[in-house]
Design a protein around this ligand. Structure first.
Ligand SMILES: Cc1cc2nc3c(=O)[nH]c(=O)nc-3n(C[C@H](O)[C@H](O)[C@H](O)COP(=O)(O)O)c2cc1C
Length: 409
């Protein structure tokens, strides 16, 4: 296969056509206003990406409930309050040939103490010693609250459709609320929302059905989902394949495969074996297996660094689309270069201040990239050679010391 397959359009089950096979995976921007609305920086950042040749651009996670925040600077959409700013963002981010989708999230227990009064989850299961200082033991949700959260996913999607976004993606990966429901470790419920896989998957099915009810049959709904949690007692590859098959049957438009949680951050390669990290595409072997049993469009994200790697993910017949995150935080034209037949190589490098103790609290894997997004939000170009120390300075200046309290992708 050549770059021309990456350039081939893709038609989704709902009928939407995506002009090529490269997607920008969600990256939380940290650029929201004090009222958690989008800002002019969002519009400038996504306009920059829309000039970079992407077939599909997916926003950072947008929270569906202002009482449940995942990171500082989150955008929250729970009603039409920010409609005008959302329209500006949507207009700017939809380039010629680039579709713009919004990622919807509820963090569940992965909601840091310093941002939230109380956290909720399927069950009152706390984190281990490494994370328990940053994250409280959650309160188990009442059934009425579960139904209310499902309704919120639908309402948020309807507002985003009205604002002009081309589609939505449910964040079902990385240990947030949807992922917590799927996991037998985090979900210990004994009612119809826990126990068997059918019960644990009820929440994601209901979220999908409610969004579909609110946005109609012709509007794309995708999901980002874990291949596995990479955690003892967590959601497994076999269970993931079953849930994906069920969602495909119900009409989901695009399944983006990732993996891991805050406790086992496989999504950025940190919790992977060295051999897997070294290979491009952390979750590609799972997607290859999945392809045998489903026909729904599949995307795979995590660890792609070269044009050859992107092509190989499609050439092997596994994925229909390939996702990029960190690379296009520093090389926003990467997709355009690949599509033009060039051979760009990702400028992503191992980040370190050189001081181990500082690295442990600096979360450079997130904050260094946020500094790049902030540059594009100001209308500047990203700076691949940005020093780790300067990025720390940027984060301290823009968000204060709070920013370092707990940051994960
Ligand atoms: C700064 C930053 C923020 C992220 N925010 C999100 C997010 O909001 N939603 C999400 O699904 N993934 C998020 N991710 C994970 C990426 O989408 C992607 O899965 C991961 O970085 C692996 O892809 P890559 O190797 O191309 O970077 C984030 C990653 C980074 C670096």
């Amino acid at each position: 296969m050549t770059a021309s397959l990456l350039a081939a359009p893709l038609t989704l089950p709902c009928g939407q056509r995506i002009e090529n096979r490269i997607l920008k995976s969600a990256m939380s921007e940290g650029l929201g206003s004090a009222e958690h609305g989008p800002t002019a920086a969002h519009a400038r950042l996504y306009a920059r990406w829309a000039r970079g040749g992407l077939g599909l651009s997916i926003t950072g996670n947008i929270m569906i409930d202002g009482r449940a925040l995942g990171e500082p600077g989150n955008v929250v959409v729970q009603d039409a309050q920010h409609l005008d700013a959302l329209k500006d963002w949507a207009t700017a981010g939809r380039g010629s040939g680039t579709r713009l989708w919004a990622q919807l999230n509820h963090p569940g227990k992965q909601a840091p103490r310093f941002l939230n009064k109380e956290t909720v989850a399927p069950s009152a299961v706390g984190f281990g010693p490494q994370l328990s200082s940053a994250f409280a033991v959650p309160r188990a949700l009442e059934e009425a609250e579960i139904l209310e959260i499902i309704a919120r996913f639908g309402r948020t999607a309807a507002v985003l459709r009205e604002a002009g976004f081309d589609g939505v993606q449910i964040h079902g990966a990385h240990g947030y609320l949807v992922s917590q429901f799927l996991s037998p470790h985090h979900n210990r419920r004994e009612d119809s929302w826990g126990g068997s896989l059918e019960n644990r998957a009820r929440f994601v099915h209901e979220v999908y059905a409610e969004i579909r009810r609110q946005v109609g049959p012709d509007f794309p709904i995708g999901i980002k989902i874990n291949s596995a949690d990479f955690q003892k007692g967590g959601f497994t590859e076999q269970e993931s394949a079953e849930v994906i098959a069920g969602l495909a049957q119900e009409g989901i438009d695009l399944v983006e495969v990732s993996g891991g949680t805050y406790e086992a951050p496989a999504m950025t390669g940190r919790a992977m074996k060295e051999s897997t990290r070294a290979r491009e595409g952390y979750f590609l072997s799972f997607v290859k297996g999945l392809r045998q049993s489903v026909t729904v469009p599949l995307a795979v994200t995590g660890g792609f660094r070269t044009a050859e790697g992107l092509e190989a993910a499609l050439a092997e017949g596994a994925a229909d689309m390939v996702g990029l995150a960190r690379t296009i935080a520093v090389q926003p034209d990467f997709a355009a270069q690949v599509l033009a037949g060039q051979r760009p190589v990702s400028a992503i490098r191992r980040l370190s201040t050189g001081v181990k103790a500082l690295d442990a609290v600096a979360f450079l894997d997130v904050t260094w990239f946020e500094a790049q997004l902030a540059r594009m939000g100001e209308g500047k170009e990203p700076l691949p050679e940005l020093s780790e120390w300067r990025s720390l300075g940027h984060t301290l200046w823009s968000q204060g010391v709070q920013a370092f309290r707990m940051r994960r992708a």
